[in-house]
Design a protein around this ligand. Structure first.
Ligand code: MOS
Length: 742
């Protein structure tokens, strides 16, 4: 049609964030849908069982794989004896040449070439073979009959025994070492000092949906239904693991029952399913048991963090050091970056941030929700609380006195920073002024009561991300991207962005996610998902707006899009009449100079009230409040849910979550939800969440920043600080269990 010729049916629109981007169609808000607390659009599918998760896809001639794991911590395999397993009825095959390097590559990038069969085992439970059978039960039975013959090697199984051999990891995107001035001198000259060491244990993401994959090869291409957070990079990892081209792997992750980092990189079950499916020329499903998720995917590293604070007589910091020991397997580069938030949290002229790794034969360590801040703020914010008591000033006032005008590490401006307004607003809502300054003064019967506060900081990141938005002839919009919704609300916010920018009612927008055949996105990780994928959808819609204005013959600035109609110059035209045979624009966002010119982060303040039983040491969280500033809030309900989830994680980190490693072989001892204690409903009090109004024009064109990992940052510290206020007992070894308080 003529319109198609004038407009160009398919187009692209790209933006690299080199400049601030103050203009946003979302601010016009004609449709009035952005920011609204809308229910998740896929919610009814989930609660009615109609949303198909990875393990639930039907397949012809489906077979079942069960992973065989090393029953020792460190050693060299001599042989895998599988004859007894193969002889069982229903067993199809036992694959013993599972490639040895696949642990759960967390950071993307290139993989080493596959090797044939596992020779060297580095941790208890590492995958060494896969049994495939006609039924799950037969496969599970057979897996127990596979015998692994091995030569044991010495392993490092106890953190304390090897901590002195810690070494600094190689420089990465997150620098392991930053230094400015002289902290030792600042400590020597200070009016007040804190020098305290905090420890946090290994933790598990404990996503509700265990890892599962169904693999099927069709004409040389692998179709893998899996439960993953970052489809595009996971496809590359899987292709490298299998030794095939990256366009020979298509991952589909339409619904993901939580990830929290454990599904950032591929886990062993996807590789196992893919290898077995190729060998057998039929589809293979591998669904991990909960125990396997705990001991054969990935953990958050334990940490030992030494914080030193040097302050003048008024509490102003002159020196700040945050030195972290974390652990990982030999040869693994990932380190828990506990000092990452400390880079910019507070002013201090003399600064030191350092990370070292202790090499242990424990399960792989990788990213878990807010890698760095989640445990780093458990230390830094407790230390700040200790300093407030030492100086004798209110902990909020201490933070006010240490508010930096500029990023103290890199001497660049903050894009936005509403930390103090979050603390002030929180204090007002929480009734902070009622707090008695002295600890252990409020006892009611058996219970000591106390309140605590902590700051939240979380770096904001933008990642390359693409999405296609199509306007159909009947005036509907279809959003397609390989972006995932891991329970965060991505389906809904992308629909809201498209509906708002295109002036469509929400029910005229469909969102298709999680298919590796669609334009590659940033995926869900590092709290960059909404800002990055949302920007790509926004840019596509911005391109479509221009096409609609052109079709109408008006200036794009003079046109309002609302309720499916384009309105300009006293004319109102149905959008459907302007799209010809349909229009499609692919939007792409990429990070640019803005992230180097401004320190970008989101901020918040946590307030907690606890009671501690004087007889048993039991801690009950009575109430919590979080006030956050994270740029534009795209959906008030899903954003609030993210923060509720993060704060709940914080309660677990403070009070109950701890992976225990057997000192004889590193094995994860408590590897299910009965033994690894995540908070349950009865542990969670009334939690209030409020967002401050904010836009960040340096972050991206939708002015939104990350939320998912902000809610956990500092949450546990507020509880630890409340426990100290209640009891006068400072426990620096998380989790703060009853025994440590008595
Ligand atoms: Mo997050 S730990 O980057 O899923």
């Amino acid at each position: 049609t003529l319109i198609d010729k004038v407009l160009g049916r398919e187009d692209t629109r790209s933006l690299t964030m080199n400049e601030p981007h103050p203009h946003s169609w979302l601010d016009a808000g004609a449709q009035g849908v952005i920011g609204q607390p809308l229910d998740r659009i896929e919610g009814p599918l989930k609660v009615s069982g109609k949303a198909t998760y990875a393990a639930e896809y039907p397949a012809q001639r489906l077979s079942y794989g069960v992973l065989v794991r090393a029953p020792f911590g460190s050693g060299t395999i001599r042989d895998v004896h599988a004859d007894a397993a193969r002889a069982l009825p229903g067993v199809i095959d036992v694959v013993t040449d599972y490639p040895s390097f696949i642990r759960n590559p967390q950071q993307g990038g290139e993989q080493k070439a596959p090797t044939q069969g596992v020779q060297k085992v580095d941790y208890h439970g590492e995958i060494v073979a896969i049994v495939v059978a006609e039924t799950f039960e037969a496969a599970r039975d057979a897996a127990l009959r596979v015998k692994v013959d091995y030569e044991p090697r010495d392993g490092a199984y106890v953190f304390a025994a090897h901590r002195d051999q810690a070494e600094r990891p190689a420089p990465d995107q997150i620098p392991p070492h930053l230094a400015k001035g002289d902290v030792d001198a600042a400590m020597a000259d200070a009016a007040f000092t804190i020098d305290a060491t905090y420890t946090t244990p290994s933790q598990n993401s404990a996503a509700m949906e265990p890892h599962a994959s169904i693999a099927e090869w069709r004409d040389g291409t692998l179709i893998l239904h899996g439960s993953y957070q970052m489809v595009a990079s996971d496809q590359m990892q899987l292709a490298a693991a299998l030794g095939v081209g990256k366009d020979q792997v298509r991952i589909i992750s339409r619904y993901v029952g939580g990830g929290f980092g454990s599904k950032l990189g591929i886990a062993p079950e996807s590789v196992a399913a893919a290898i077995a499916a190729k060998r057998l020329q039929r589809p293979v499903k591998v669904a991990m048991a909960r125990q396997q998720v705990f001991d054969a995917t990935v953990r958050r590293s334990n940490t030992e963090q030494r914080i030193r604070l040097a302050a003048d007589a008024t509490g102003r910091l002159t020196g700040l050091a945050h030195e972290t020991l974390a652990s990982n397997l030999p040869g693994e580069d990932f380190f828990e970056p506990a000092g990452i938030g400390t880079q910019f949290a507070y002013a201090a002229d003399n600064r030191l941030i350092d990370h070292k790794l202790v090499r242990l034969n424990w399960l792989l360590a990788g990213s878990m929700r807010a890698p760095g801040e989640a445990v780093g703020m458990l230390a830094l914010e407790a230390a700040m609380d200790e300093l407030a008591y030492a100086v004798g000033i209110d902990p909020i006032e201490l933070r006010r006195r240490n508010e930096p005008a500029k990023d103290p590490q890199n001497d660049i401006p903050f894009s936005t920073r509403l930390l103090i307004p979050c603390l002030d607003r929180g204090a007002e809502l929480f009734g902070w002024s009622d707090r008695k300054p002295q600890p252990a003064t409020d006892r009611r019967g058996e219970w000591w009561h106390g309140v605590g506060v902590a700051a939240a900081v979380r770096s904001n990141m933008l990642q390359k991300s693409s999405a296609t938005v199509e306007l159909t002839t009947d005036g509907r919009a279809i959003v397609s991207t390989d972006m995932t919704d891991i329970g965060t609300g991505t389906y809904t916010i992308l629909a809201q962005i498209a509906a708002e920018t295109l002036g469509l009612p929400l029910d005229r927008v469909s969102v298709h996610l999680g298919d590796g055949a669609a334009p590659p996105s940033a995926g869900s990780g590092g709290s960059w998902g909404a800002g990055s994928s949302g920007s790509s959808v926004y840019l596509a819609c911005e391109g479509l707006r221009e096409k609609l204005a052109k079709a109408m013959g008006v200036d794009v600035e003079a046109m309002t899009l609302k309720d499916g109609r384009a309105i300009a110059e006293n004319r109102a035209v149905e959008i459907a009449e302007l799209v010809g045979d349909g229009l499609s624009v692919t939007g792409s966002i990429a990070p640019g100079k803005q992230e180097k010119l401004h320190r970008q982060a989101s901020y918040g303040a946590h307030f907690a009230e606890v009671k501690v039983n004087a007889v048993t040491g039991e801690v009950r969280v009575e109430r919590m409040l979080g006030v956050f500033a994270a740029g534009r809030i795209l959906n008030a309900k899903t954003a609030r849910s993210q923060c509720l989830g993060g704060m709940t994680f914080g309660i677990g980190a403070a009070l109950s979550e701890e992976l225990v490693h057997d000192p004889r072989n590193g094995k994860v001892v408590n590897r299910d939800l009965a033994e690894y204690h995540v908070p349950v409903n009865a542990d969670i009090p009334q939690i209030e969440v409020e967002f401050l109004d904010e836009r960040d024009v340096h972050a991206n064109p939708i002015h939104a920043k990350g939320i998912g990992e902000l809610g956990i940052s500092g949450a546990g510290a507020a509880i630890a600080n409340a426990i100290y206020h209640a009891t006068g007992v400072r426990v620096r070894d998380y989790p703060i269990t009853c025994d440590k308080l008595l």
